[in-house]
Structures are given as structure tokens and as C-alpha cells.
Design a protein around this ligand. Structure first.
Ligand code: 2NL
Length: 341
């Protein structure tokens, strides 16, 4: 066969083969099989040596045409390949109008919120936070508070005993005992914390949370106690509700009083309110002037200083504010309850 026809046949063969390939690697390999040093086109060129000058020029020109044709074919196929890949990229583009998958966001437990809010309200009046152990001694929990041996609070029915001398604290008063033993007045602290009592019904739990307050200084009066509690009620319940004191007995205060406030939930006495049972008043805690006997136990001069103290249940505060009907809801971890706050 005439050499030029052979050369052109190789060009046609290449065009046919390259059309079937669709990776750059395969196309480059095919190109090398034709144009590489040992490629079929290069092999054929060796036969040019036997030709005369004029024929060689003609054949040479044919070689160049075919080489250019092959190179153009390679470029065209690679270009096609690149645009096909780019189109595939576009076809799987992200739909930015789809709503995102959100991660559920948690929040503080209602009791933790109540704790933080109570502490913040007392901080407005200059009270600092004091904390202490949940397992404490008979001395700090009872003896130093002038709670006599025969007092019902010391009964196994009320207090959890670890040993004869070690108890789960039934109130946070031992925290305040420690502070008074460690520092001279003025003392102005709140002691929030978990406490334990053998009690279990819709409004009592064997483990609950309390905040006690203590202010000791020269000239502290019962009216100061009233002002502090009025500030707390106004801030925590968001309105200036009346408070009232009912004389009561706690061994560590004299005089002692239970504290009521106007029911935040109803129109007043006579209504069918489930929170205050129609009385218009709800109890929020206990309070009183620190008994001089307590000052003696902790080494504070009872002739020079007076003080008041109070204690409130944090669950009870939250129940009164939010209308929560059972203390158990705080501890069950049911999201239907928790997500409401
Ligand atoms: C209540 C009653 C009260 C106190 C707590 C107290 C502490 C010291 C000295 C004197 Cl160190 N008093 N605390 C006083 C009166 C009442 O709590 O019903 N709590 C839920």
C-alpha cells in the first residue's frame, strides 16, 4: 500500500479508537501508541528513508497532517471529558433552599434557673453565696443551732443518719454556722443547697433544695428581715405582693415566724384557687431573729450583735410562681415538663 494511504489510515484508526475512550489516562496511552517513540506512526516514518527527495517531502507533509490531526483529536476529546465532569458537578449541586437539620438546644433545668435567680436577687442586696457539705455533723446541723436532743427534727423519722454523729443535712443552716464560726460580723450570706428529710408527698421530697439567708450586724431588726423578704417576693414574682408573718417556733430563732405572701395565682380570698385553696395566702418559708444561744455557740457577742435568718424551699418558690402541682416533676426528667421552662 502506498505510504501516504497507510499514514492516513492510521489517522482514521486513531480517530475511531479515541472516540470509545473516556478517561484522560486511556486517551494519553492511546496517543503514545501512535505518536510515541515506538508508536505506529513513528515506526512508519522510518520507511521514509528509502524515498527520493520529492516523495519524501510529500510523505513528510502527510505525516505532519496526521500528527496534527491526532493531537487535535486528543485535545477535543480531553475538552469534552472536562466539560462532562463539570456538568456532573453542577447536576449534584446542593439545594440551598432546603431547611437545615437543626441540633436540639438544651437549657438549664427549672430548679437551676430558680436557684440562680434567687441568688441574683439576694445579691442585689449585698448577700454573698456560701456553700458547705451535704453530709455534716450533728454539731453543725443541730447542736450549734440550739436544737435540743429531744427535738423531733433529730428523730430518725425526720433526719437521715449516717452514724450517730453524722447526718445528711436537713437544712443549709450548718453552712451559716461555719461562716459565723470563721468570720466576725457583719455577715450577709445566702446558703442555697440540696437538703434531705424523710418526707414524701406531692409537696415534699426526701431530697429537695433550700435557700437560707443570714444577716448579722449591729442594730439589725425584724423590720430589716421584712424589707429583705419583700424585696425577694417583689423581684421573684414580678409584682409587689403583700407578705405577712405568723408567729411560730424554730429553736434557733427568737422570735420566730412563718412567712406568707399573697397568692400570685388568684384574685384573692374566696376564689376557687388550687394553689392557695382559696385562702388568698401561701406560705413561703420560715424566719426569725437569730437566738442569742446560737451566737454563743459560734462565738459571736450577743450583746453587741443581732441578726435575722430565713429559710425557703426553692422547689416551692418555682411551684408557686409557675403553678407546678407536684414536686416530683422536678426530678423525673420528663421533657414534656422540662421544656416548658
Ligand atoms: C423553713 C425554716 C428557717 C432559719 C431557717 C437559721 C439559720 C441560722 C440561725 C438561725 Cl444559722 N436561723 N435559719 C431560721 C428560721 C427559719 O427555715 O421553713 N425553711 C424551709
Amino acid at each position: 500500500m502506498d505510504l501516504i494511504r497507510q499514514i492516513e489510515a492510521l489517522g482514521g484508526e486513531f480517530a475511531h479508537q479515541v472516540a470509545a475512550l473516556d478517561s484522560e489516562q486511556d486517551i494519553r496511552a492511546l496517543q503514545a501508541r501512535y505518536l510515541g517513540k515506538k508508536g505506529s506512526v513513528s515506526q512508519l516514518m522510518k520507511e521514509m528513508g528509502a524515498l527520493d527527495a520529492e516523495k519524501r517531502r510529500e510523505v513528510g507533509a502527510a505525516f505532519n497532517r496526521v500528527k496534527e490531526q491526532i493531537e487535535a483529536e486528543v485535545a477535543r476529546r480531553l475538552g469534552e471529558l472536562a466539560s462532562r465532569l463539570a456538568q456532573a458537578d453542577l447536576d449534584r449541586a446542593i439545594d440551598v433552599s432546603l431547611p437545615g437539620r437543626t441540633t436540639p438546644r438544651g437549657h438549664l433545668h427549672i430548679l437551676t434557673q430558680t436557684w440562680a435567680e434567687a441568688v441574683a436577687i439576694f445579691a442585689e442586696l449585698g448577700f454573698e453565696v456560701a456553700e458547705g457539705p451535704q453530709v455534716d455533723t450533728d454539731f453543725h446541723c443541730f447542736e450549734a443551732l440550739a436544737i435540743p436532743k429531744e427535738h423531733p427534727a433529730r428523730d430518725m423519722q425526720d433526719t437521715f443518719y449516717v452514724t450517730d454523729d453524722i447526718v445528711l443535712r436537713p437544712h443549709t443552716s450548718p453552712v451559716q454556722i461555719r461562716v459565723m464560726m470563721a468570720q466576725e460580723p457583719p455577715v450577709r450570706i445566702v446558703a442555697p443547697g440540696v437538703v434531705y428529710r424523710r418526707d414524701d408527698d406531692a409537696t415534699h421530697s426526701p431530697m429537695f433544695t433550700q435557700i437560707e439567708g443570714l444577716l448579722v450586724d449591729e442594730g439589725v431588726r425584724f423590720s430589716d428581715l421584712k424589707g429583705v423578704l419583700m424585696h425577694f417576693v417583689t423581684r421573684y414574682f414580678g409584682k409587689a405582693l403583700e407578705i405577712r408573718f405568723r408567729p411560730s417556733y424554730f429553736p434557733f430563732v427568737e422570735p420566730g415566724a412563718e412567712v406568707d405572701m399573697q397568692c400570685a395565682f388568684c384574685a384573692g380570698p374566696g376564689s376557687a384557687c388550687r394553689v392557695c385553696k382559696g385562702s388568698g395566702w401561701v406560705e413561703i418559708g420560715g424566719s426569725g431573729m437569730v437566738d442569742p444561744e446560737v451566737f454563743e455557740k459560734v462565738g459571736i457577742d450577743a450583746e453587741k450583735y443581732t441578726g435575722f435568718a430565713f429559710g425557703m424551699g426553692l422547689e416551692r418558690m418555682a411551684m408557686l410562681r409557675h403553678g407546678i402541682g407536684d414536686i416530683k416533676f422536678f426530678y423525673e426528667g420528663d421533657l414534656r415538663f422540662l421544656t416548658q421552662f
